[in-house]
Design a binder for this molecule. Sequence first.
Ligand code: AMP
Length: 204
Amino acid sequence: MNIILLGAPGAGKGTQAARIEETYNLKHISTGDIFRYHMRQQTEIGLLARSYIKKGQLVPDEVTVKIVELALKDADMKDFMLDGFPRNIYQAEALDKIVDIDKVIDISVDFSVLMDRICGRRNCLECGYTTHVSQLSDGVCPKCGGEMQQRMDDKEDTVKSRLEVYSEQTAPLIEYYKSKGKLFTVDGMGAPDKVFEEVRTVLG
Ligand code: AMP
């Protein structure tokens, strides 16, 4: 089974992806995670990606499609879950030429909650655990004791651009996949367990 997770920044794609990976054994391919890895390693791709990510813009399509092709090959082109890709019609059409997609899950969330969800998000530098700042009593990860940090692109100004990019470039993918009969929408407003129940109904 090959699936795509769609949804605005802050919709909860990463949280659901972790559960789906565990339950359905699908390989998780997150373009955001791949770019962050390259940024930490300070590779050429990382330096290029940083200049776009810090402004809340998309990394150029040619670079992004290339890293996804490589990740798909690593995943033997099957049983994968794409998270954060495609992010515009060009990328979706490029993907269609590479591989077949079975289902696209759109995690739908009211726009009004996204700013708080994203700006309040904190990630553990050690284990990657993500939570809202209101759930933390200090800057320490409740899972592993590592340091919790805010992503550089989770600051308010950058989030505004990311949400604009989502509305203009990514949201049209909902229609794109609906017209192909592949779109399944789940309500992303509830607690993660509740959202995952809906995801299970879609994935079977
Ligand atoms: P994410 O972790 O998915 O929110 O991605 C973080 C940032 O990485 C995005 O705001 C973009 O700058 C960049 N990025 C991730 N996926 C893509 C993509 N498919 N196309 C272009 N840029 C991307």
